[in-house]
Write a protein that binds this ligand. Structure first.
Ligand code: MGD
Ligand code: SF4
Length: 721
């Protein structure tokens, strides 16, 4: 317990995108307790149940302690030398025979920034392919493309500090009560502090977040594009717009064409509340009331969303439609007025979006497709720009499809568990088995490591030093508190060692994470994404970028003076969307388009999936914590009581959830912690047991622009088991 701690080491929680600061109590080489960091602005000492139980993920019986190589179908212990030699020879062989594009790297929003930075550098500048992607594709890609298309720059304008300033919260497609619990506690505090604070929650499933709603909008899955357009229609119709803001800071677009305000207004005529009532299932009067509340003059409005908008075949569009509401009303770029996408993972922003860990982006928000951006990096990296591959690589599903089709010969998976977390698993898992797959993992077996050829033992949370970046642009340093067990090593060391053995010594002149950070900081020069120095990060409790110099403060609000140092002094109203060539953000005309798979006579229910409070993604860590496992030991299917009655299903009955792709058998929860609307069922995706691994049932449609998979809507049939 805490009383045994000999010292307290500063870090960050290992789990969600909230990014709570923690202090790890260390005795000898053990973490004996964890407490919330009282000096971290995110949580001010608070932690949720997952965070407080972090010490229990470390000394578990399934930690991988030595490299493992699969020989004749069995894993056998090997030395690091043997494992690395094998990896290097496989990479060389694949590149020689099939070219650089036969190699792929699949990373994570849970690695450190330094790890992804080095991985993408070695893959691009060394091997010569852009085949590096990661689980943020399944998580944030639509938010990235939404910010890029609306504002010309990735990541939100505001920070969590907007929570304490906002009067109206519009929460759509997010369940922070379970997925971002400490952030949610800030929201409850805000609501309790002021009776005027109102909360709108829009979700096809009544969640714990919905419990604090003044307005709860239970819409038909996939119909939120219509809902958001309808709110815009009301806002314009009732003259709740901010005309000055629109005139000075925005422009209207549809597809590749500019629109006039009148043409946009005409486009919205298909979305009057009366028309959208029929489409969305929300009464016209409710749509009017929430639109008025959203736009009410003198009130500050903060929107919050997460996977419910991102994991969609029209994820980018629906992101744009939330931004539209803020731009039409001018409720953005001032305290409490914020269009804020929540992130899922502790470092999806810091370690993937910012470092260039997706197949189409480069460090510091640069783009692969931009020749000038490639040249800038080639210069910093000291290589011939011609060596920088110009073709974007495989996005996540394309990469795993290439493995199924035999085109991807070598795949390195680090800090993620796609054998359980990809959709349509029956299709993708055989590809992981077929390709030569290296898995860097802290535990074995996982649903991915079991399919690997080599498993590399990874140092876990607080067993290594590095930097995370949470959902509010906060860059946070984690010190090393203890040594990893057995022969486990930090992923960074392994990446550097493999690069050296491949002959790329000049690309990895790094001895420490700080060395990597210094080079990464050079990549940020000349961009509006400047991060603090390592020295400063070590001392501070996280800083929200841009931080353009060690003597400069962190930045609360982007695109606005006095906060953002990149906004021109004479910018009208002190606002400039400088990511866009003309400094104007875009209000997009985006129509309602239904999801790819919708219920029909054969598969009459919608299925949606997500997280619960006690577990983290594929459960490798949280199922190792007895307290969490005891609360929820297996996943289940939530069914509306009337639907269940119609099928003769009682609470606790085993139910087959059947799609065109696979069947899962799960216990029915009729009045659980969430209640889906009639015609919808909900399954958390954490279970590791094949019969309950819901991702076998899901389809693998994806957003055409962001390539983010659709985890939120598909069609199923239910049957008592
Ligand atoms: P995690 O359990 O987070 O799941 O899915 P994954 O990323 O596949 O996997 C992280 C792995 O890293 C764990 O196995 C852990 O043991 C290991 N690990 C921990 N620390 C370290 C380390 O320091 N080094 C290394 N090498 N390994 C480490 C998440 C993914 O799932 C995401 S991000 C989203 S948003 C999607 N959400 C989603 C959904 O909402 N519904 C459904 N049905 N599926 C989904 N899948 C996606
Ligand atoms: Fe960790 Fe998220 Fe809980 Fe904070 S809210 S303690 S970051 S899981």
């Amino acid at each position: 317990g805490a009383e045994d701690a000999e010292k307290w080491v500063k870090g960050v929680c290992r789990y969600c995108g909230t990014g709570c600061g923690v202090l790890a109590g260390v005795k000898g080489n053990k973490i004996v307790a964890v407490k919330g960091d009282p000096d971290c602005a995110v949580n001010k000492g608070r932690l949720c149940v997952k965070g407080i139980l972090l010490p229990k993920i470390i000394n578990t019986k399934d930690r991988v302690l030595h490299p493992l190589i699969k020989k004749n179908g069995e894993f056998v212990e090997a030395s690091w030398d043997e494992a690395l030699d094998l990896i290097v020879s496989k990479i060389k062989e694949s590149v020689d025979q099939y070219g650089p594009d036969s190699i792929g790297f699949y990373g994570s929003g849970q690695t450190f920034a330094e790890e992804t930075y080095v991985a993408q550098k070695v893959i691009r500048a060394g091997i010569g392919t852009n085949n590096i992607d990661g689980n943020p594709r399944t998580c944030m890609a639509s938010a990235v493309a939404g910010f890029m298309t609306s504002f010309g720059e990735d990541e939100p304008s505001g920070t969590y500090a907007d929570i304490e300033e906002a009067d109206t919260f519009f929460i759509i497609g997010a369940n922070p009560a379970e997925a971002h619990p400490v952030l949610f506690s800030r929201l409850i505090d805000r609501k309790n502090s002021n009776p005027d604070v109102k909360v709108i929650v829009a979700d096809p499933r009544k969640t714990r977040t919905g419990d604090i709603a003044d307005y709860y909008l239970e819409f038909i899955p996939g119909r939120d594009l219509a809902l958001l357009n309808s709110m815009a229609q009301v806002i314009i119709e009732e003259n709740l717009i901010n005309q000055g803001f629109i005139d000075r800071h925005t422009e209207f677009m549809k597809g590749t064409d500019k629109l006039s305000f009148d043409a946009y207004k005409a486009f919205l005529q298909d979305y009057t509340p009366e028309k959208v009532e029929a489409v969305s299932g929300i009464p016209a009067q409710t749509i009017r009331e929430v639109a008025r509340l959203f736009a009410a003059p003198g009130r500050k409005t903060m929107s919050l969303w997460c996977m419910g908008l991102n994991q969609r075949t029209r994820g980018v569009w629906v992101n744009n439609l939330v931004h539209n509401l803020h731009l039409l009303t001018g409720k953005i770029c001032s305290p409490g007025n914020s269009s804020f996408s929540l992130t899922g993972q502790p470092s999806a922003c810091g370690s993937v979006r910012e470092t260039g860990g997706l197949s189409h982006i480069l460090p510091a928000h640069r783009l692969v497709a931009n020749a000038k951006h490639r040249e800038e990096l080639a210069k910093i990296w000291g290589i011939d720009p011609a060596r920088m591959p110009s073709k974007p690589g495989y996005h996540t599903l394309a990469m795993f499809k290439a493995a199924v089709e035999g085109k991807l010969k070598f795949l390195w998976v680090m800090c993620t568990n796609p054998g359980q977390s990809l959709p349509n698993l029956e299709y993708y898992r055989p590809g992981m088995e077929k390709t030569f797959m290296v898995v860097s993992e802290a535990y074995h077996p996982t649903r991915t490591s079991e399919l690997a050829d080599v498993v590399l033992p990874a140092a876990l949370w607080m067993e290594k030093e590095g930097v995370y970046g949470n959902g509010e642009r906060r860059t946070q340093h984690l010190a090393k508190a203890i040594d990893p067990p057995g022969e486990a090593k930090p992923d960074l060391e392994v990446l550097i060692e493999v690069a050296k053995r491949l002959g790329y010594e000049e690309l990895v002149p790094f001895k420490t994470p700080e060395d990597v950070w210094k080079e990464y900081q050079r990549c940020q020069e000349g961009t509006a994404m400047q991060l603090a120095s390592y020295d400063r990060l070590r001392k501070e409790h996280g800083l929200t970028w841009p931080v353009p110099g060690d003597d400069k403060p962190e930045t609360y609000i982007r695109y606005a003076r006095p906060w953002d140092p990149y906004v021109k002094e004479d910018a009208p109203d002190g606002i400039e969307f400088y990511g866009r060539p003309n400094g104007r953000a875009v209000i997009w005309a985006r129509p309602q388009v239904d999801p790819q798979e919708n219920p029909d006579a054969e598969y009459p229910f919608y299925l949606t999936t997500g997280r619960i409070l006690e577990h983290w993604h594929t459960g490798t860590m949280t199922f190792n914590v007895p307290e969490l496992k005891n609360v929820v030991g297996e996943m289940y299917v939530e069914i509306h009581p009337e639907d269940a009655a119609g099928l003769g299903i009682a609470d606790g009955d085993e139910v087959d959830v059947i799609s065109r792709r696979a069947t899962c058998t799960l216990k029915a929860h009729l009045n659980g912690r969430g209640r889906p609307r009639k015609g919808l069922v909900y399954v958390p995706f954490h279970d590791q047991v094949k019969e309950r691994m819901i991702n076998r049932v899901l389809l693998d449609a994806f957003d055409a622009a962001s390539k983010q998979p659709e985890y939120k809507v598909c069609a199923v049939r239910l049957q008592k088991h």
